[in-house]
Design a protein around this ligand. Structure first.
Ligand code: WTA
Length: 653
């Protein structure tokens, strides 16, 4: 393992360019170098100070209780209301007229929502949930496109202490159903449809299908977005009917700091997604602290845009909770970047005067491919800082982002974190770090990180190994919903004193961190985590498939692409047709993002004597490399068979 990591790294190590902030940027930055000293000197005192930037109804009596490790309690005894902190307190402080959300729909419709209006709508939605019988502790599934109601629904849940489980609206009915079932959700909030690439796509029928098979769901609350015809059931309620007639007054109740805030499902190394559980006080503390320091947010002047979807953790922490707690003005855009034209993003930045942009390497690489003339035909001079998240950003993409989008003047913050960490962990402070293209640099003040070898021994600079977190942190997951043993096994069993992130990493000679991708069976496709097992299970659920093995092969645009090797039960007349059918089958089972880039029909799979599939060898094939060491195979001839048989069966369409 470590060998593989070192090989990947050798080319990265040639990167010695450094980009310090301009003196002007450094002088005005929120985060100064002294933060590191302060956190080092008194870590818990440092976090207590960050927590006190929030409004607590009851102050906490203890910063961290780690006595029941790895189950943390942060800000023990404190009570607060998360929605109040994200909305009401700004209104009470005299900022009711500040625009919180500048929404832009894909068809071009616009809606500005001030903090006062947001407070009214969140209150109405909270009253509506209460009328539907939702009480603190109940689970609410949210399956919505990127419209303001997604944010409002999440905040309404938080306001009454209900736990939301947002399911990405690109996931299938079956993925939604299994998440509803795992969390036993009582209510689903959805829309009739969503605008994607110039047409209205139905959403409601997937919900109907999922809910028909979900006895726990009592109601479905439906936002009218596209006007698409929908089938109506007794359990369905229109958002505009129910929420529209509620009072705009709602008194927020303060909840314990450890009250669950949300569950968010993410892929692990087995076929069953894990419900990552986050709680309130620690989560909001770290989400808002990192948002303020890493994006250098100035609430009076900045216009922030995070291009993520609320279906992913980035949307939770850096569209909803962190930014709103910091009184941001932000753009929310519903649609795809190529509608109506491939310059839609640059058009949005120019028209809204976006100053801070947070996006993913896969998007950046796509725009590189589309050509410089598109961003260059717009005035992007409002931008002053750029962020990246979701996967390693290659130095070429980093430099392009800096030069073409940032006009060589904007610091780039490459932010490493996970659904599990809840907020950023490793990222440069833009007013301090001399950033290297492609490096996430170092752990943020207050965060303990190390790169260790197989034995868990911390490695020095110039070595590659496994990324671990050495100290509990406020926004850490508090467990896996309904399966605490899996939480312990997955993250805390390899080296019980450390949180195991599942990523390989290397510290260069200056101590800057380079992320090298996952070291487990989790793929990263366009910044989205998908487990190989999940796709394999979907494939073998097809009647014609006997066995399947899936690998993530490197892909110039999406980071990794999904390549599947399948053994059929019988023979097939038309391999091309079947391959198409299998790809669509996976899209139906999981969602279009999990559709394999390539399906190869093979006679055998490379297995060890104990039956474990050697994915490493399949990866060699998928990446068109010479196949590596296959001596541990039960039948060494298999790889030859696979390579030979491929020409006739692969499909890339
Ligand atoms: C990867 C997304 C390199 C990593 C916030 C991690 C990254 C997984 C970066 C979490 C980055 C995320 N550089 N790799 N800046 N950010 N990753 O849970 O493999 O969707 O473990 O959270 O994405 O993905 P998740």
């Amino acid at each position: 393992m470590s060998d593989e990591i070192n090989v990947t790294l050798s080319n990265l190590l040639q990167e010695d360019r450094q980009f310090p902030p301009t003196p002007a940027f450094a002088a005005q930055a929120n985060g100064k170098a002294s933060l590191f000293d302060q956190a080092e000197h008194d870590r818990l005192g440092f976090w207590a100070e960050q927590a006190r930037n929030l409004d607590w109804e009851t102050d906490f009596t203890e910063v961290l209780d780690w006595s029941n490790a790895p189950f943390a309690k942060w800000f023990v005894g404190g009570k607060l209301n998360i929605a109040y902190n994200c909305v009401d307190r700004h209104v009470h402080a005299g900022h009711g007229d500040q625009v919180a959300i500048r929404f832009e729909g894909e068809p071009g419709d616009r809606r500005d929502i001030t903090y006062r209006e947001l407070m009214a709508e969140v209150s109405q939605a909270a009253n509506a949930l209460t009328e539907l019988g939702v009480v603190a502790g109940d689970r609410v599934a949210i399956y919505l496109p990127m419209i303001p109601e997604a944010t409002i629904a999440m905040l309404a849940c938080a306001r009454i202490g209900a736990i939301h489980s947002v399911v990405f609206a690109g996931f299938s009915a079956e993925a939604l159903r299994s998440r509803i079932e795992d969390a036993n959700a009582k209510l689903v909030i959805t829309a009739d449809g969503q605008n994607r690439r110039g047409s209205a796509m139905d959403l409601k029928s997937a919900v109907d299908e999922a809910v028909d098979a979900s006895p726990s769901v009592e109601n479905v609350l439906v936002v009218k977005r596209t006007g698409t015809d929908v089938t109506w059931h007794d359990r369905d309620v229109w958002w505009h009917d129910l929420v529209g007639r509620q009072s705009i007054d709602h008194t927020p109740e303060a909840f314990d700091a450890e009250t669950p805030l949300f569950i968010l499902y993410t892929s692990g190394t087995t076929g069953k997604p894990k419900g990552i559980l986050h709680t309130s006080g620690g989560y909001l503390t770290q989400a808002s602290y990192t948002h303020k320091m890493v994006f250098d947010l100035k609430p009076e002047t900045d216009v922030y845009w995070c291009t993520a979807d609320v279906g992913w953790v980035t949307g939770h922490s850096y569209i909803v909770y962190g930014p709103l707690a910091n009184r941001v003005t932000q753009v929310i855009y519903e649609g795809t970047p190529d509608t109506p034209n491939k310059d839609r993003w640059w058009d949005i930045i120019e028209r809204h005067g976006v100053t801070l942009l947070y996006t993913a390497p896969t998007a950046i690489r796509t725009f590189m491919k589309w050509g410089d003339h598109l961003p260059q035909s717009h005035d992007l001079s409002s931008l002053r800082l750029l962020g990246s998240v979701g996967e390693p950003i290659n130095p070429e993409a980093w430099m392009w982002y800096r030069e073409v989008i940032g006009g060589n003047r904007c610091p780039i913050v490459d932010t490493w974190w996970q659904t599990e960490t809840g907020a950023m962990m490793i990222a440069p402070l833009p007013g301090v770090a001399a950033c290297k293209p492609g490096s996430a640099m170092r752990a943020l003040p207050g965060i303990g990180m190390a790169v260790v070898d197989q034995e868990g021994t911390p490695l020095g600079n110039g070595s590659g190994g496994f990324l671990v977190l050495t100290q509990p942190w406020p926004s850490m997951l508090r467990g896996i919903w309904g399966d605490n043993q899996r939480y312990v096994d997955t993250y805390w069993s390899r080296w019980p004193q450390y949180y195991f992130a599942g990523d390989g990493a290397k510290l260069d000679n200056d101590g800057a961190l380079w992320l090298l991708g996952r070291v487990d069976d989790v793929m990263n496709v366009s910044g989205h985590r998908i487990s190989t097992t999940e796709v394999e299970s979907a494939l073998v659920s097809h009647p014609e498939v006997a066995e399947a093995a899936v690998v993530g092969a490197s892909d110039p645009t999406t980071g990794q692409g999904i390549v599947a090797f399948v053994i059929l039960r019988g023979s097939t007349e038309d391999a091309g047709e079947l391959i198409k059918e299998l790809r669509n089958h996976v899209a139906r089972e999981i969602g279009p993002i999990a559709k394999p880039r390539q399906v190869m029909i093979v006679q055998e799979l490379p297995k060890t004597r104990s039956g474990k599939i050697l994915r490493r060898l399949l990866q060699d094939v998928a990446e068109h490399r010479d196949v590596g060491d296959s001596t541990t195979l039960a039948d060494p001839a298999v790889m030859k068979l696979i390579s030979e048989g491929l020409a006739s069966s692969s499909s890339d369409d």
